[in-house]
Ligand binder design. Structure first.
Ligand code: FAD
Length: 413
């Protein structure tokens, strides 16, 4: 990577790091605000940086068909005049206001920064976990898991050939587990041969979802034939399966690790106290507390989203955080008033595979719909609501990044 650096003293630059749900929308949001002010790229440049040349619809990585989950950035950015840099960020020089690249190319100077490098699944030092467990944290991880399952029929027969063990019974683990019976069946494991287990240390699978939704999850997993193993912990993983702390052995050719999300490690560059997920504190304008030129949005940042409760690492919050960060970073640069973000609604929509889904409304997670009706909501979100416009139309793209809070998703009944 060697981005040419046409930066001059009379031209200012906004750099957005990360083209995920927060970063993509921050970059489009900044372009929208500059367009509104009639300011062109010759005066303020917006540059969006990601290690990939695509925007990943990360929330779909548990699905069987990942064909439409990567949207090339060169379909989105040229119409709105945002510069795209494909590069690995290694560090941020806050004092010098420069982004440092992993390949040692000349650093990129910024006047304002939006830090949106997201989160990553953390693997604890359980023997064999790093080498033998799959994940769905990234497109590449989801693809690797699906390729492995498609290849199971060609493996030497073994006791765990058609057994899949998901470790982590949170939202992602449940979505993965609910898809696995279908994936194993399609790969050649008969209904009788294949076995899916979801295990967790906690006393319940889906313990974050509240009592009402947990009953729905239990009903769905039982109907799908997914076994639940709460209250267990994994001591080691090997190519043939897992050994639990109790000494019990589970033969499984497919082990998927779904526990332990942490904010991006480059949050450590900032002199701010991070929360237990490693997130940076931001104010209601998405500016990193204590910083003059740096904003943060998405999974790397936290603030009280409704004035009381911390935002959740989710695209539900990451996308509006990005839109507001994009608006505010331009406003701050040009000394205009910034807009505070406040969202008074919260919902969760959990995919339960062929059984359907469960939608909850409110922070107390009251069940709002279940089964096929909830699945329609999930499909609308995963395949429409969270996608950027793909028409290539400049106006449509800019309008989609307006700093407004969307209404809650429709709950079909
Ligand atoms: C399987 C799964 C299901 C999920 N389901 C839901 C759901 O139903 N609802 C919901 O709201 N949320 C869900 N989430 C969470 C959601 O995906 C995240 O909260 C969201 O992606 C966060 O957006 P972000 O922009 O902060 O980070 P990301 O989307 O992770 O984007 C970060 C970007 O930074 C780039 N990057 C990282 N490091 C570097 C580097 N050093 N150099 C250059 N580029 C870099 C990455 O390539 C990536 O494009 C799910 C997550 C997973 C994995």
């Amino acid at each position: 990577m060697n981005p040419t650096d046409p930066w001059t003293a009379d031209r200012q630059r906004i750099v957005v790091l990360g083209a995920g749900f927060a970063g993509l929308w921050a970059a489009i949001g900044a372009a929208r605000k500059l367009d509104e002010l009639g300011i062109g790229a010759e005066r303020v440049e917006v540059a969006l940086v990601d290690r990939h040349a695509y925007h990943s619809i990360r929330v779909r990585n548990y699905e069987a068909d990942l064909g439409d989950t990567r949207i090339p950035l060169d379909q989105l950015l040229p119409p709105i005049g945002v510069r795209h840099i494909t590069a690995e960020v290694a560090d941020i020089d806050l004092a010098g206001r420069r982004v440092i690249w992993a390949d040692g190319s000349a650093p990129l100077a910024y006047d304002r920064l939006v830090f949106a490098l997201g989160s990553r699944l953390v693997r604890p030092p359980i023997p064999g976990l790093a080498e033998h467990a799959f994940d769905v944290d990234t497109y590449e991880g989801g693809r690797r898991l699906n390729d492995h399952i498609e290849g199971l029929a060609r493996r030497r027969p073994s006791p765990g050939q058609w057994t899949a063990l998901v470790i982590g019974g949170g939202l992602t683990g449940i979505e993965v587990a609910a898809e696995l019976p279908g994936k194993l069946r399609a790969a050649g494991g008969g209904d009788n041969a294949s076995r899916v287990i979801v295990a967790d240390r906690q006393a319940w699978i889906g313990s974050d979802m509240g009592e009402e939704a947990r009953q729905v999850i239990d009903e769905a997993l039982t109907a799908l034939g997914v076994e639940q193993r709460p209250g267990v912990s994994v001591a080691s993983v090997d190519p043939e399966g897992v050994t639990l702390a109790s000494g019990e052995r589970i033969a499984a050719a497919t082990v998927v690790w779904c526990a332990g999300l942490q904010a991006h490690p480059l949050t450590r560059c900032f002199p701010a106290e991070r929360d237990r997920f490693g997130r940076l504190p931001v104010d209601e304008f998405m500016k990193v507390k204590g910083m003059a030129a740096e904003f943060a949005a998405g999974d790397v940042a936290w603030f009280a989203i409704d004035g009381r409760r911390s935002c959740v690492m989710s695209c539900q919050h990451g996308r509006p955080m990005g839109r507001f960060a994009g608006h505010n970073v331009v406003a701050d640069l040009l000394r205009l008033p910034m807009l505070p973000l406040r969202i008074d609604w919260y919902s969760t929509i959990l995919d339960l595979g062929p059984w359907g889904a469960v939608c909850t409304a409110g922070w107390e997670r009251r069940v709002a719909s279940t089964g096929a009706a909830a699945k329609r909501t999930k499909i609308t979100i995963n395949r429409e609501r969270i996608y950027p416009p793909r028409s290539g139309d400049r106006r449509e793209l800019l309008d989609a990044a307006a700093p407004v809070v969307q209404a809650p998703p429709p709950f079909f009944r």
